[in-house]
Design a protein around this ligand. Structure first.
Ligand SMILES: NC(=O)c1ccc[n+]([C@@H]2O[C@H](COP(=O)([O-])OP(=O)(O)OC[C@H]3O[C@@H](n4cnc5c(N)ncnc54)[C@H](O)[C@@H]3O)[C@@H](O)[C@H]2O)c1
Length: 380
């Protein structure tokens, strides 16, 4: 493979971040990948598509996603579209034999996700990578390394939260994120998907969940400043009790109504031999408690250690590993690892199975919130 032609569909908030990151990869990892060619971008109308091509540095622009998918210069379809638009684009990209890099969540629900995964499994040429970018924070790569090495022993409990603010103002208008038919879910599908993926990746598969959801503001202006109101049909917050297949028990909370918080993805995991703590707003460090360290007078050697994980990406040429980490770098790493996998003919991590399994957990949680009680998580 001489070149990887990127065709990005959906040049909104995250499409712009992906674009920035594709440009950064050669600087982080010089000579490690075939040339990344920003071949084409697709936006909703000619003005925004033209602007996207100019701003993002894409050679061609489209307003018709099918035309982009079938462009011969496009090797990878980057799906940065709102959730309701994923299914159609992904199925068409699979049929056209293109690789896919898809934002979370994979689709609107488990049925759609299964349909996409089935089509992808039957397509010899397509690899599907998922954006679960928080896996690529060095602190979390270190956490994964510790758990895999058995440093925590049996996992007793975990508590994961993804908390945002910004929806408390009742004048904030409706958007696709607040409408169930367009998003598949609210805070849980949007934020909780990340926490679910991290707990799956770190600790193991989900067996069953019991959930409660809540919508604080049930009607909002249909557009900014409009008098007319429309119904909010998703959760503003969700609380899950979780049982993993390996017996570990925990909780997950996702909320857009966390006053005073900016972007807090945080967790605590306690095991037989040790414990871990992480907070995205303190992303340079992983906190590790080694239960084998001896106590003594005044506490002896026991206590939490702060591990300097900072920006340690093996093989990256810049910036220095001691430089503070940023959110954008986690996306660049997710994209780099995906492109490296397809260039080497390997299965990317995370991939469509991770997208599918997260979606099954979301489905089980929403079903539990509606009917009450524990719900078993569907397995592919
Ligand atoms: N991993 C992360 O950190 C992260 C962060 C934000 C969003 N996301 C995910 O990214 C996806 C997009 O979210 P966003 O925040 O960028 O949304 P957004 O609303 O900001 O952007 C979506 C863009 O897609 C465009 N669009 C819609 N239909 C289109 C079509 N048919 N053809 C071309 N363009 C079309 C819209 O005009 C808009 O510009 C969602 O799945 C979301 O869950 C992930």
């Amino acid at each position: 493979m001489e070149k990887i032609g990127i065709g990005l569909i959906g040049y909104g908030g995250i499409g712009k971040i992906h674009t920035l990151c594709y440009k950064d990869i050669e600087m982080y990892y010089p000579g490690q990948l075939p040339e990344i060619d920003l071949a084409a971008v697709c936006a909703s109308n000619p003005e925004s598509a033209k602007r996207a091509a100019k701003e993002g540095g894409y050679r061609t622009w489209f307003t018709d996603a099918s035309a982009l998918i079938h462009d011969d210069d496009v090797t990878v379809i980057d799906c940065s579209l709102p959730n309701f638009a994923h299914r159609t684009i992904l199925l068409e990209a699979i049929a056209a034999g293109k690789h896919i890099y898809c934002e979370k969540p994979l689709a609107l629900n488990g049925a759609e996700a299964r349909e996409i995964a089935t089509a992808a499994a039957a397509a010899a040429k397509t690899q599907v990578g998922m954006t679960f970018n928080y896996r690529f924070i060095p602190a979390l790569l270190r956490a994964h390394e510790l758990v895999q090495a058995g440093a925590l022993g049996e996992i007793y409990r975990f508590q994961a939260e993804y908390l945002h603010t910004g929806y408390e103002n009742p004048e904030k208008p409706l958007s696709w994120r607040l409408q169930h038919d367009k998003s598949g879910g609210g805070a849980l599908a949007d934020l909780g998907a990340h926490a679910i993926d991290l707990m799956r990746w770190l600790l193991g598969e989900f067996e069953a969940v019991r959930a409660m959801t809540h919508t604080y503001i049930t009607e909002r202006p249909v557009s900014l400043g409009a008098k007319e109101k429309g119904a909010v049909t998703v959760d503003d917050a969700a609380w899950l009790q979780v049982r993993l297949k390996n017996g570990a028990l925990g909780t997950i909370e996702a909320s857009r109504f966390s006053t005073g918080v900016l972007d807090e993805l945080r967790f605590e995991i306690c095991g037989e031999k040790g414990a871990l703590r992480f907070n995205l707003m303190d992303a340079n460090y992983l906190y590790w408690f080694d239960a084998s360290r001896k106590g003594g007078t005044y506490g002896g050697d026991q206590g939490w250690q702060r591990l300097d994980t900072v920006q340690q990406y093996p093989g990256a040429s810049i910036p220095p590993a001691r430089s503070i980490l940023g959110w954008q770098r986690t996306h660049a790493e997710n994209q780099y690892q995906f492109l490296k996998a397809i260039a080497e003919g390997k299965t990317p991590q995370p991939n469509i199975i991770d997208g599918l399994r997260a979606q099954f957990v979301l489905d089980a949680a929403y079903l539990s919130a509606r009917q009450g009680g524990w719900v078993e998580v569907e397995q592919e």
